[in-house]
Design a protein around this ligand. Sequence first.
Ligand code: NAP
Length: 228
Amino acid sequence: MNSSNQSEKTNNESFGDANAGGNRSSVTVIGLGPMGKAMVSAFLNRGYKVTVWNRTSEKADELMTKGAIKASSVNEALASNELVILSLTDYDAMYAILESVSERLYGKVIVNLSSDTPEKVREAAKWLTERRAWHLTGGVLASPSEIGNMESITLYSGPIDIFEAHRETLEVLTGTDYKGEDPGLAMLYYQIQIDVFWTAMLSYLHAFAVARAYGITGEQFLPYVSEI
Ligand SMILES: NC(=O)c1ccc[n+]([C@@H]2O[C@H](COP(=O)([O-])OP(=O)(O)OC[C@H]3O[C@@H](n4cnc5c(N)ncnc54)[C@H](OP(=O)(O)O)[C@@H]3O)[C@@H](O)[C@H]2O)c1
């Protein structure tokens, strides 16, 4: 480990050989909302062996018909692969899932592709470091239908050597944009981009509501805003 903050924090102790190899065509995905399901499908389409786990276990059934392996427990999901991708509503869900199995986290690379605040992300990276796991933050700038498309982008931050070691696998999902070692940085870029997105969406809806209130139809108004 030559450049990661995480290794400095632990007096250069190694957490296992997370950047030295492992099975590059095998991955665990935890969280099977629309995003997690799309990610599993993208990995399966590229020939990856994919182990899945979800709190509501039936959500894995359709993916099993496509070739995914359903772990019977979080322990089994963690044990199956070094690389573990989380696609959850938020970071609290990560603790809800991993807290009771934290002794199993040693040496794992946890790529959290869930959204939250940069501060929560930094706390989570610290929490994982204390359990001798690696953490990469990902902010996915894509919808589920855009997963598997290299023109979509996911912002990443965390230890550069861990990112580089797993970049090829992560690029099965989307293109990548590495922002730096600070685990909060990718989430900060993600959230300020989301700020622009939602502000634009809300202003668009508001403008249409005002137009409609004064008898201007969407069809009449659209040419004036579509370019913007
Ligand atoms: N959907 C998008 O277009 C989009 C785009 C960019 C980024 N993202 C981000 O990607 C992440 C996943 O997106 P999504 O649309 O798939 O979200 P979602 O529908 O909220 O998926 C939630 C997943 O989190 C699990 N979960 C939530 N709380 C939990 C808890 N306390 N314990 C255990 N599991 C829990 C759910 O399990 P159950 O099935 O058991 O409920 C489900 O697997 C989110 O952070 C979202 O902000 C989504």
